[in-house]
Write a protein of this length. Structure first.
Length: 150
């Protein structure tokens, strides 16, 4: 007697394939039955209200706000330093003696400013209070340390 060529896994694969085919046919019939003919453009429109929320009704023209392009600010502008600000004070937040650079946290704006060892008049350590001036360098502003505040 010959052995059957159909194995259990083959039967299971065939059942799975037939089930997928039936599911696909059911979905197709459902789409045909619930067809949305005649949807107008108005039915598909979405609007933004004055608060930026989506709504199905058009916005009220009386609540329209006009903005000028010049008034829109993207990001926060960096503080520009002028020569009028002769001396500033801050705290050394980081200093690497081996590499010869560090950073100062300014007291007023709490902005972090770079300084180099060549721009130091006195030796400083981390968390020292210092008095400094600004200088425009090739990569932006840097500090020139004048003295340590003790």
């Amino acid at each position: 007697m010959a052995k059957s060529k159909e194995t259990y896994s083959k039967k299971e694969k065939e059942k799975k394939r037939l089930k997928q085919k039936q599911d696909k046919k059911l979905k197709q019939e459902d789409r045909k039955a619930n067809k949305r003919d005649g949807n107008s453009l108005e039915g598909m429109m979405a609007y933004l209200d004055e608060n930026g929320n989506l709504s199905s009704t058009p916005p009220d023209p009386s609540r329209k706000k006009v903005f000028l392009q010049e008034d829109i600010q993207i990001g926060v502008p960096k503080q520009e330093f002028s020569s009028e600000d002769s001396f500033r004070t801050g705290t050394v937040s980081f200093f690497n003696k081996a590499k010869g650079f560090g950073f100062i946290n300014e007291d007023v704006s709490n902005e972090r400013i770079f300084f180099h060892i060549k721009d130091m008049l006195e030796q400083v350590e981390e968390s020292d209070k210092v008095k400094f001036q600004f200088e425009r360098g090739p990569r932006g502003y840097s500090a020139i340390l004048l003295s340590r505040n003790i």
